[in-house]
Write a protein that binds this ligand. Structure first.
Ligand code: GAL
Length: 501
């Protein structure tokens, strides 16, 4: 009997061990345990993902509890399954509290970012540096290496051009320039500075953006001439509302603030995450505008045990938006059709178009069985494709619902469909806005398409309100690239915005 129990116990232990061992995964675990290929918790927080010679390298803070163990680096081909390559940076040297020029044991390294310098042939890392006792130093540590995986040689710590620097990131631009962005002035503003040619220092070219907004956790990405940034509000380790900003043509230019990047419920907590990095997955065969937002779900009592919130980010609307997948999602499932609907360069007579609402990045759709309309996720059974029929006025169109054959119209003050396309009630004036969206105004009642209330969620009603009497009244004219091959608007270029002005 005894030996039976021993055998059974041994079997259970083997089972438990098997369960911990590496499994090939094919979707992202959101806020759950994410194991490396050795079956161990991925300890790589606040970091970045860099592509090099067919691999993705994931750098981040390695922590035991709150203690900084250095900067870890993992490697993957598919972004799901990661090999732990060990430390890119280990604490080293002697502590010198006079000069603060060390990364010795006990110092804190956070939010490491790595970029490659073409001119010097070196990999350069900047990380947030603190003395290990408090967050009062607000410095950066700068390191470089001949190899992507390190070891990275410590160059110096400093305050960028004298600015206090807490949450920070680097951005390598398409023209070879690199920029450092950090929360500064006690987390009140964001400083953006162009780096020197060797990426080891700051140039004099800098600007303060998002003044007084108290933001941190900056990420930056670029499409065409357009730069997109995401931020979180300053709430320490707690998930906070997200923010976005956009600038066209110049990193050091004027950034305009947009809405939160979260369009689903739980947006106030950014789906339980704080951003660390945004990167394209174009090299895996998807549209290069398909991005992953890498956030951390911090566990303040055990920072090293924190989990990850990697979510798909789209800029289809011209603004960064992130849907929530609370459990898991896979690249194929989400990225394949992320840019199926494209903004039309022009509206053409008899063209088939969908209306994309700006704030939610969702398409005008039918509300279930009812006659009404709502904003909804991409769904062939719900999204409305309108055939735009020209009128004698070039700004006024009849919108014939391709499925029902009837015209979008107004009846008793409500949106409806009517077989009469010649009445003013079935005519819509398109007022172009400075970002390429339109107010869509009924010729009869002069009210425009408006999403009800402040919700950006799937299924929120679209109704009619006077222009200016709603937050969500901007609709983009998009076409379904699976059905039509119309000319796409060059909506991320500088010239697109210049022509709209
Ligand atoms: C957050 C920051 C983290 C870490 C934390 C410490 O605001 O994003 O990287 O510094 O504060 O409280």
């Amino acid at each position: 009997m005894k030996s039976y129990f021993l055998k059974a116990a041994a079997f259970c232990i083997i089972l438990a061990c098997t369960d911990l061992s590496a499994k090939d995964i094919s979707s992202f675990p959101i806020g759950k345990e994410w194991l490396d290929n050795d079956g161990k918790h991925i300890n790589c927080h606040g970091g970045c993902v860099v592509e090099h010679e067919g691999y993705f390298y994931w750098f981040g803070e390695s922590r035991t509890g709150g203690h900084s163990d250095g900067i870890s680096v993992y490697r993957s081909k598919d972004l799901y399954n990661w090999d732990n390559l060990g430390y890119a940076v280990v604490h080293q040297g002697n502590r010198d509290d006079d000069t603060l020029q060390d990364i010795s044991e006990g110092r804190l390294l956070e939010r490491p970012k790595v970029i490659y310098n073409d001119k010097t042939g070196k990999w350069v890392m900047w990380a947030h540096w603190e003395n290990g006792k408090d967050y009062g130093q607000a410095r950066v540590a700068i390191l470089q290496s001949d190899k992507i995986t390190g070891p990275y040689e410590f160059i110096r710590t400093m305050r960028p051009n004298g600015h206090d620097s807490r949450d920070q990131t680097l951005f390598l631009d398409t023209d070879g320039n690199a920029y450092h962005l950090c929360s500064t002035n006690m987390n009140t503003d964001i400083n953006v500075v162009r780096l020197t040619d060797d990426f080891l220092n700051c140039s004099d070219n800098e600007t303060l953006i998002m003044n007084g907004r108290r933001l941190e956790a900056t990420t930056v990405c670029k499409v065409g001439d357009t730069y997109f940034a995401t931020f979180s509000e300053c709430k320490g380790w707690d998930p906070a509302p997200g923010h976005t900003a956009t600038t066209v043509g110049d990193m050091l230019g004027d950034w305009s603030e947009g809405l939160s990047f979260c369009v689903d419920p739980d947006s106030n907590r950014s789906y339980g995450s704080q951003g660390a990095f945004v990167f394209s997955v174009g090299s895996l065969g998807y549209d290069p505008k398909c991005f992953i937002f890498y956030g951390d779900r911090w566990i303040p009592s055990n920072v090293g045990g924190s989990t990850y919130v990697w979510l798909p980010m789209s800029v289809r609307s011209g603004y960064p938006t992130i849907r929530n997948y609370p459990d898991t999602w896979s690249l194929d499932e989400v990225m394949t059709d992320m840019y199926r609907f494209k903004r039309a360069a022009t509206i053409i007579d008899n063209g088939e178009f969908a209306l994309l609402e700006r704030n939610s990045d969702r398409l005008m759709s039918r509300s279930g069985e009812q006659t009404g309309f709502c904003i909804a996720n991409d769904d062939d059974n719900k999204n409305v494709i309108f055939v735009f029929e020209a009128t004698s006025d070039p700004y006024v169109w009849r919108l014939r619902d391709k499925a029902s054959g009837k015209y979008l119209s107004v009846s008793s003050g409500m949106l409806s469909e009517d077989s009469d396309g010649n009445s003013k009630k079935s005519m819509w004036r398109f007022f172009r806005l400075t970002d390429g969206y339109y107010n869509v105004v009924n010729e009869d009642c002069r009210k425009c398409l408006t999403v009800a209330g402040d919700s950006r969620a799937d299924g929120t009603e679209i109704k009619l309100e006077p222009v200016g009497a709603g937050n969500a009244q901007a609709f983009g004219v998009y076409f379904d690239s699976k059905r039509n091959n119309y000319k796409e608007a060059d909506m991320f270029s500088k010239t697109y915005f210049e022509e709209l002005r």
